[in-house]
Structures are given as C-alpha cells and as structure tokens.
Design a protein around this ligand. Structure first.
Ligand SMILES: [Fe+2]
Length: 341
C-alpha cells in the first residue's frame, strides 16, 4: 500500500523523493505516439513540485534507428535539472524509444541532470512503488556488488558461469533519481554490473518460463548457452534456442553475443511470466531472480551507483531474467536457488 489516493499524488511523491524543488527546471518528456490524455497526471505532478516546467514531445523519427537522441533533443535536455521521461505503460512498445543504452541519456546525466524513466501503467506504478525497505536493501546490495571481484552463477539444472568485474561499478535501479548525474527507472528494484568483457566462461541453462525481454517472448523449452571469452559460442535446444540464435544473428555483430550485465532482483511485489500483470520491470526486479544480459553495456552516469560502464558497443541488448539460480560474490552467496540470502 502506498497511501496515495490518486495517480498524480503518487507521481508527486515519486518526484519529491527525487528531491525536485520549486526553483528547478523540470522537463516532462514523452513520445508523440503516446495519447496526450495519458499525460494529465504527469503534468499535474510536475507542476505541483516545480514552477519551471516544460513538456517536450518527440516524434519517433527524431530518435534515430538505434534509439539515440538527436542533437536538438540532447541539447534541450541538458538545460534541465530534472527530466521525467514517460515511455508509455505497455511493452514491447510499437515505436523507437530512448533507453539507458541510447546515446543521449548518459550525455545528459554527465551535465548533472537527474533523469527518471517511467515505463509502467498506473496500476503497476502503485504495485511497484518503492518502499523505504526496498530502497535501503537495494542500495546496500549495490554497495556489495560494487566491491565484488569474482561472480559465479550456478543452478541445479546445470548453469555454471564464472565472471570477473574487478573495478566495475555496482549499479542500482530503484526508481529514485535523487542525486546529480543519475539515471533511474521507476518501479524497479535490482542491482547489476558489467563484468569484464572477455571474462565470462561456462554454461547457462535457461528454463521454460524464463523471459527474453527485448524479443517480447517467454522461453518455451530449455536453452543451453555455452559461453567462452565473454561471448556465447554455441546455443543448444529447440524452438526457443532457435529463436534466440536468429534474434542475436540478425544484428550481424559478434558483440551481440557478448555478456552485457548481470545482477539480481529484489522487489517483493514483482510477478513472474505467466501472471497477467507481468512487465519487463517485473522480469528485471523479481525478488531472487537473476538478470543476465547480452549486447551493449557502455551506459554510464556520473553518480556512484548509476550505470554499468562497460566497453561493449553494439546496437542490440537482450535481457534474460532467470529463476531458480544461485549467485555468489567472491564466494559468498547473495542468492541461493532463487531466494535472497
Ligand atoms: Fe539490460
């Protein structure tokens, strides 16, 4: 229970927790594809917290094919103190959309802007609103992730993947853009890092019911990913394995097969695939799940626990949430067979 009655009240509370102040310049950013009627509560909330609000609606063609900001949009966003970017409440979205992996958001954050994405509908915003407990636990998890050097992912079904992250950041994603030069995404509760690009070695067994988020698909039959030198070198299985192979190959880039990020989810209210309420936010935040991703991992922000800061450049990014896995930092379990330790 959030204690807020209306959608605008919930959004106002989310903005106040991001320390948005009356004198700050706030941009409400959205795509022209989104029905303007949906924006009412967002406009009400930003106007309640700031005297300096502009609403910017971009045409999808203003975002390039790789979902990057064009120069005009980039320059405009850098003028803000705070950007609230409403991405629509459905997934997959039918249009090009800015994400943390787009060129643009890290550049905006680098100029000190605080940026908050929202990609949930109203009901899911109430369900996944971050409690103080969620915020505190996720922050603590990010500190632990930041300190780790060796990561090991295992499962009773045959996963055994070892990775190194020496010196890489511990990214927290919990819906709170409350310090300079930060990007966050509302409703999430997860931590992640970009392992050293050539370090991952071993096998990942993906089970039916796990998700392939950017493909908009749920895994139907077991997929075995063989990883060497940081990249998938062989994909075994049936229908779902073929679909993953085809999706990765279509980018015509060996980096699409490279490990991007890994971490774990902490949100007690997130649901798994099969629930009618499932969203990608749930997949990435489900308490005790592991999120393993392949592709681009360069996104980075100035804030200490925001961004992953890898060196793998490519156009694709595939997030694969996994259930029933164990995850250890330098030999200490943080997730044990799908349960937070
Ligand atoms: Fe990802």
């Amino acid at each position: 229970m959030t204690g807020y009655t209306t959608h605008a009240q919930l959004l106002e509370a989310a903005l106040l927790r991001c320390n948005v102040r009356r004198e700050e310049k706030v941009v409400l950013l959205s795509s022209r594809i989104i029905d303007p009627g949906e924006l009412g509560p967002y406009e009400e909330a930003v106007r309640r917290v700031s005297d300096h609000v502009v609403s910017v609606r971009y045409y999808p063609m203003e975002v390039t094919d790789a979902h990057h900001m064009n120069a005009m949009l980039l320059a405009a966003m850098k003028q803000a103190d705070f950007v609230l970017h409403y991405r629509g409440g459905t997934f997959p979205t039918p249009f090009a959309q800015l994400t943390a992996h787009s060129h643009g958001i890290p550049e905006v954050a680098a100029s000190g802007v605080r940026w908050l994405d929202i990609c949930l509908n109203e009901a899911n915003q109430f369900r996944l609103f971050p409690s103080k407990e969620i915020v505190d636990e996720t922050m603590a998890a990010a500190v632990r992730m930041a300190a780790a050097k060796e990561l090991r992912l295992t499962s009773a079904d045959g996963t055994d993947l070892v990775l190194r992250k020496d010196g890489r950041k511990g990214h927290r994603q919990l819906g709170l853009s409350d310090e300079q030069g930060i990007w966050d995404n509302f409703g999430f509760a997860m931590v992640a890092c970009a392992p050293l690009e050539d370090s991952a070695h071993g096998t990942v067994v993906v089970q039916p019911g796990d998700a392939l988020l950017q493909m908009g698909a749920t895994v139907r039959d077991k997929i075995t990913l063989h990883v060497e030198g940081g990249r998938i070198i062989k994909i075994e299985g049936g229908e779902s394995a073929s679909a993953v192979s085809q999706w990765l190959e279509r980018w015509d880039d060996p980096e699409s097969f490279g490990v991007s990020h890994i971490g774990w989810g902490l949100h007690p209210n997130a649901v798994w695939t099969g629930s009618p309420r499932f969203t990608p936010v749930d997949g990435e935040s489900y308490r005790g799940s592991i999120l393993l991703a392949f592709g681009s991992n360069t996104s980075d922000m100035p804030a200490k626990h925001s961004g992953i800061g890898g060196t793998r450049h490519c156009s694709s990014h595939l997030d694969i949430p996994l259930l029933n896995h164990s995850f250890a930092l330098d030999g200490t379990l943080v997730v044990d067979e799908g349960k937070i330790v």
